[in-house]
Design a protein around this ligand. Structure first.
Ligand code: NDP
Length: 296
């Protein structure tokens, strides 16, 4: 391996450390930042995410409020809970764990969250603010990617960035953030022609496709920085499974200048950025300055 490993696990620990520092200062002022997580149903993966989020929220000194609702919860009940959380001064961040059961309209539910408490950054107002370069809540995964890129490069100005994937939660906000940092941005997707050539021009590649090892090493420009957002579970030896990214890590790390691993890259940064967004929301709610280094 010749590429520098961008250690998301270590970086996320640093971010959580900064968050904890801000929480301590806020508590000295009599303010405890609080994050409410709402889980509807009993999806096994969502259960694990919610448990981890709650654990890390408490570890950085914040208040964690978990709301578990039955799979058959009706829209008015969920909306009622969101109204109460919106009005609760102890709650600075609200996260509704997705996916919701199919009978619930996710857009309606997300857009019912107070945008100032929308720590996932999915509310339509925050999407619009980000798209127009205004202060917003930024989706956690792209924010984590941006933090790692800024840390590695310093300035991203003028670099060619290719984002593979155009989802609302990763690809599109990632592209907006890179544009905000003055990259020349290409968003690729399943209809993109000559994807290999497009990727070969990139100084920065962000892969958010959801297909194991989709980006081969020979698509990577020598020295490029590769951020692998993909989380794919594949069969491993002995009937076990293991996690891999969207990039052929072994091959790409012989060509790239820097690369994030899976696991241990973008994943840990996502939760760290959720905590960062909660502190940011808390500071804003109390008219305090933005916490340094934790926003886009
Ligand atoms: P989506 O399925 O919503 O989007 C995938 C994107 O990949 C789509 O825009 C799709 O294009 C594009 N795509 C699919 N096939 C191809 C292809 N052959 N060539 C080019 N583009 C293609 O996924 P998400 O954005 O939600 O997630 C992407 C990955 O990131 C997943 O592995 C997910 O698990 C992971 N993830 C990781 C997180 C973390 O914390 N590390 C957080 C969120 C996601 P089109 O729009 O044309 O269909």
């Amino acid at each position: 391996m010749t590429a520098t490993l961008i250690d998301g696990k270590a970086f996320a620990a640093k971010v959580r450390g900064k968050v904890a520092g801000h929480v301590t200062r806020l508590k000295e002022m009599g303010i405890t930042p609080g994050l409410a997580v709402v889980l509807v149903g009993a999806d096994a993966a969502s259960e694990v995410y919610v448990r981890n989020k709650g654990k890390m929220t408490v570890e950085v000194g914040m208040a964690s409020f978990e709301h578990r609702l039955a799979e058959d919860t009706q829209e008015d009940e969920l909306m009622g809970l969101i109204d109460r959380l919106n009005a609760d001064p102890e709650v600075h961040g609200i996260l509704v764990q997705l996916p919701l059961p199919p009978h619930l309209n996710s857009d309606l539910v997300i857009n019912a969250i107070d945008p100032a408490k929308d720590v996932d950054g999915f509310h339509i107002l925050n999407v619009g603010l980000l798209g127009t370069g205004q202060r917003s809540m930024v989706p956690c995964t792209p924010l984590g990617c941006l933090m790692m890129l800024r840390d590695h490069h310093g300035s991203l100005s003028g670099l060619n960035a290719v984002v593979i994937g155009r989802s609302n939660i990763v690809g599109k906000p990632m592209a907006q953030l890179l544009l905000g940092d003055s990259c020349t941005v290409t968003i690729a997707h399943s209809r993109t022609k000559d994807l290999a050539d497009v990727v070969r021009r990139a100084d920065i590649v962000v892969a958010a496709v959801g297909r194991p090892g989709f980006v081969p090493g020979d698509w990577i420009k020598p020295g490029a920085t590769v951020i692998d957002v993909g989380i794919n579970r594949i069969e491993a030896e002995g009937g076990k499974t293991r996690l891999v990214g969207d990039v052929d890590f072994a091959a790409a790390s012989e060509v790239a200048g820097a690369i994030t691993p899976v696991p241990g890259g973008v994943g840990p940064m996502t939760i760290a950025c959720l905590l960062a967004n909660t502190v940011t929301a808390c500071c804003r709610a109390n008219g305090l300055p933005e916490p340094e280094g934790l926003t886009a």
